[in-house]
Design a protein around this ligand. Sequence first.
Ligand SMILES: [Zn+2]
Length: 67
Amino acid sequence: MAPRSKKQLMVCRNCHHVVDGEACVTCGSTNLSEDWAGYLYIVDPKNSRIAKKMNIDMPGRYALKVR
Ligand SMILES: [Zn+2]
């Protein structure tokens, strides 16, 4: 494997939360993907239509699509 020049952010496949460590802080899942698209920053989930659509109830960084 070639060394990565820059650390790729991982996204939880379960809740689409962007994860810094090895497990998701929101749901505790370790089912992570580095193949994702559409960076989303949810500040106020209660007043965000996209947050409702994605069932997000915590502020934070999310990905729109995770493969
Ligand atoms: Zn999660």
